[in-house]
Design a protein. Structure first.
Length: 62
């Protein structure tokens, strides 16, 4: 899902450039679009790490 979101951001950015958008404005737009995707990826990574920790270590990290 995250890969698909990233690809769609790139496609939308390309469309914006082809429609005459300023490269700087498109870059800023892309960064703003990617921040939530990166947060989602980070949250998923943290959840995966916590699920792999032994039970006694999970309680220490809370």
């Amino acid at each position: 899902m995250l890969i698909l979101q990233t690809i769609l951001i790139g496609v939308n950015a390309e469309n914006r450039l082809q429609q005459g958008g300023s490269p700087i404005e498109v870059l800023i737009w892309m960064i703003n679009q990617c921040i939530p995707v990166l947060k989602q990826a980070s949250n998923l990574q943290e959840k995966q790490k916590k699920s792999l920790l032994p039970t006694h270590r999970r309680s220490e990290n809370k």
